[in-house]
Every structure is written in structure tokens, then in C-alpha cells.
Ligand binder design. Structure first.
Ligand SMILES: [Ca+2]
Length: 202
């Protein structure tokens, strides 16, 4: 029974990977953040980040903190040569300039998806289940990715992954491969939004 369920899990994540291969030349980091550009004008303001977090089911407090933290830390980096703006806009087309260090390098410097780095996450850290991370394994990965004295990167990676873990872990405390895969191209956010709006309408 155990082997049956694990093999069917495997085929599901295999299907997801086969269904939608991420084109190699595409800036998927842009797709990852486009969900938060609620009016699709290429700029993400803090209130759009807030709305995006609300849409995937987060409370007011978390959504406010996330919006302030994310926009305040990324805005400047995506607007090279421009004056800082107190409205903290994020320019989607320059999002790869805001990439922080101490991450798993699944996005390259142009924001493209690097499949081998994605596989590496599981090869190196998914020891209890081949296609999922436990809370401890996630922490180990974060520590392993840390570059010396890159405190901003540490904080960025920690908050992103912890947030994802809390939001998306299953009832056994596992963060699954296809969930993580969906974060990279932003498809997970759309899925969560759909689920959340269905719940609200019930
Ligand atoms: Ca916008």
C-alpha cells in the first residue's frame, strides 16, 4: 500500500513536470511575480502585493507585513537610475536585478529556470521522502545555501521558504516537489487563489 501510494505520487509530480516544461529562455522569475501585478501594468505597488497575499488566503496582518517588507526591500533594485519612490513600486521587467544571494540558484542571473538546480534541492536535502522536504530538511537546505555575511540573503531566503512551508505543507508536515515547482513559475499562486475563492464562495 505504501509503495503504491508513493509510486502514484511520483507519477503525479512526473505528470506536472511533463505537462508544462518551463522554456529555457524565459524569464520565469517575472512570471513568479506577475501574479502580484494585479492590474497588469508592469509595476507592483505595495497595495497590489497586499491584494495578492490576501487572494491566496493570507490574513490582513501577514499580508500587510509581507507587502511592506517585499516592496521596501525590492523596489529600489528594480528601478536602476531612478529616484527612490516612497510608493515603493517594483518594476516587473527588472525583477531579476532584485534577486538575493544565499538562495538555491534555481533562477539564474537572468531570471531563467535552471532544472538541474531544482533537482539538486531534492537530491541533496530530501532524504526521508524523495519528492518532499520536511521542516528539518528545509532548515538544513537554508543553512547550506548561506553565503558568508550575506544577511539580507539569509533573511530573504528564510522568510520566503518558511512562509511557503507554513502555507503549503501537507498534514504530515511535508512540502512537496510539485508545490515548490509551482512557486518558481507562479502557477502555485493562481492555484491557491482559485482554491481560496472557492472556499469563500461556499
Ligand atoms: Ca500594477
Amino acid at each position: 500500500m505504501v509503495s503504491l501510494s508513493s509510486s502514484s505520487n511520483h507519477s503525479i509530480s512526473q505528470e506536472v513536470a511533463d505537462e508544462k516544461p518551463i522554456p529555457h529562455d524565459q524569464n520565469v522569475l517575472q512570471k513568479h511575480v506577475e501574479f502580484f501585478d494585479r492590474n497588469h501594468d508592469g509595476i507592483i505597488y505595495p497595495w497590489e502585493t497586499f491584494q495578492g497575499f490576501r487572494a491566496i488566503g493570507c490574513g490582513y496582518l501577514i499580508s500587510s507585513v509581507a507587502a511592506l517588507f517585499i516592496n521596501a526591500s525590492l523596489s529600489r533594485k528594480t528601478r536602476p537610475g531612478k529616484f527612490p519612490s516612497l510608493l515603493f513600486p517594483i518594476e516587473v521587467k527588472n525583477i531579476q536585478k532584485a534577486k538575493h544571494g544565499s538562495d538555491s540558484s534555481v533562477y539564474d542571473s537572468e531570471g531563467r529556470f535552471v532544472p538541474s538546480k531544482f533537482e539538486e534541492i531534492f537530491k541533496k536535502h530530501a532524504r526521508t521522502h524523495p519528492d518532499a522536504l520536511t521542516s528539518d530538511e528545509l532548515m538544513e537546505m537554508l543553512k547550506a545555501n548561506r553565503e558568508p555575511k550575506d544577511y539580507g540573503g539569509w533573511l530573504g531566503s528564510f522568510s520566503e521558504w518558511k512562509f511557503l512551508y507554513i502555507l503549503c505543507k501537507d498534514s504530515d508536515g511535508l512540502l512537496h516537489r510539485d508545490t515548490i515547482r509551482g512557486v518558481y513559475d507562479g502557477s502555485l499562486f493562481e492555484k491557491l487563489e482559485k482554491e481560496h475563492s472557492q472556499k469563500k464562495n461556499k
